[in-house]
Write a new protein. Sequence first.
Length: 510
Amino acid sequence: MREIPFVPVSDAIRSKLSQLPHKPGVYLMKDRFGRVIYVGKARDLRKRVSQYFHPSRRQGWDLKLAALIEAIHDFDIHAVRSEPEAFLLEGKLIKEFHPRYNISFRDDKRFMLLKVNLNDPIPNFVFTRLKQDDGARYFGPFADSGALRRTLAMVRRQFNLRGCRAMTPNESDYKHCLYAHLKFCTAPCIANVTREQYLQQVTAACDFLDGQCKEMREQLEAEMGKAAQAQDYEKAAQLRDMLADLKETTRKTAKFERVPYKLPLSIDPDKDLAELGKVLGLPAPPRRIEGFDVSNISNTFVVASMVSFRNGRPHRTEYRRFRMKTVDGQDDFASMAEAVRRRYTRLVNERKSGEPGRWSQAPDLILIDGGKGQLGVAHAELKKLGLSELAVIGLAKEFEEIYRPGESEPLRLSHDTGALKLLQRVRDESHRFANTYNAKLRLKRISESLLDEFPGIGEARKAALLKKFGSVHRLRLATLEDIQQVTGFGGKAATELKAFLEARTIPTGQ
C-alpha cells in the first residue's frame, strides 16, 4: 500500500468545500498550473468532492488515485438539476479538456439525438449522433439511448407515424409495409392522408417530445393503477417501465455552452527553461521548442501536428499541421517520420537557397510525443537530412519518461519540476492541435455523408459531385443546369438531387 505524504488542506480549499451545495453536478480537479486533470460527476457535490480531501483517502492500493490526489491543487464545480444532466456535462467536458486521469468519454463518440426534417416529402424520425446545420429539428442529447428508442416506438404508435427506412415510400413499399397493414401508420405513401394531415401528426409528435406529454403520462398512470387493482402485475410492470422511459426521455435538460480551452501558462517560464536546459545538458535554455504529435482518431484520417513555443509560451503563428501523403493505414512511426521529414526538409531547402524564410530557423529543442520508437524514427530522419546536431527527445505519456538518442535508460524527473511541466505543456498542446485538425477533417466527411442519404447514389457518383463542386455547400448553391453536367446525373436525377438538397437547406431568416 502506498501512503502519500500528508499535505494539509489549504484554507482556500477548505472554504470552498464548506460552500459546496448538496446538489448533483460535475467537478473539475486542477493542478497548480490551473490545468484540468480530472472531471467527475456526483449525485451530491459536497459529499463527493469532500472525499478527495479526507485523510483516509490519502492512502490506498490504487496508484492512479493516489497520484491524482497528490496533484490536486484546486477545483471547480458546475451544479445541475439532475443526474442525467451531470452525466451529459461530464462527457462534454472530458471531450473538451482531455484530462490525463480520465479514461471514459475520451473517444469521439457522442450522445444520441433524435432528428426529423419537416421539409422532407414524408418526414420521418431518425437517430443520429451529430447535429448538422441542415434545417432539421433535433431533440436531445439523451443520456439513455435505450429509453429513447422505446419512447420513439411508443410515439410512433400513438401518433400513427411511419417507421420504414425508405427516403420517400411509394405504393410498392406499401405492399410489404407491416406498419400500414397493422394500422400503426396512416400510410401517406399511398395518399391515405394528405401531406398536410401527416405533417400535423409529425408536429404533434414534436410537441410531445418537447415535453407536452402530461396527458399521456396521466393515461399511463391510470392504466397502471387499473392493472395493479386487477392483479395483472405483468401488465402493470410493463406500464411502469413505459412511464419511466417516457419521463426519462422528455425530462428537460440544460444546454451547456462550450467551455473555452485555455492552455495554462508557466508561473516562471525563464526558470523552467533554465532547469530544462540543465537537466538535458543543453548549451543554453531552449528558447525555441517545436513539438510533434500524430492523431488517427477512429482510424479515419491520419494527421500530425507541429507546435512552436518561444520563451516557454505558445507561438501559434508558427504552428503547422500535416495530412499524411506516404503512409497507408495506421502506422504512428511512419507518420511521425513523414511529419519530421517534411518540416525539416523545408528548413534544409531554405538554407540552401540562401534566402531565409519562415521555415529556415532551427529549434533549440524538438519534442516528440512518444517513447523510443517514435524518437528513433524522428532522429533517423534528422540524420538523413544532415541535422543530427539538433537536440531531440521523446516524452512517453504513461510515466512521463524522457527518452534521448543514444541513451538506453529514460530520464525521470519529479512531477513537481518546472522542466517537466514545460514539456507536458508542449506535448499536450501538440496533442490538442493534432486532434483538432483530425476532428475538422472528420466533420467535413460527415457533411459529405449527407449525400449518402440520397436514394440510389453510389461512391462513383458521389465522388463525381464532390470533384465538380468541391463541397456539399457549393453543391447546394449550384443550379440545376450545373448538376446536369456531372456524369450520372441526367434530367430526372439532377432534379431529384436538387429537391433533396433544398429540403435540407435552412430557409432564409431562420
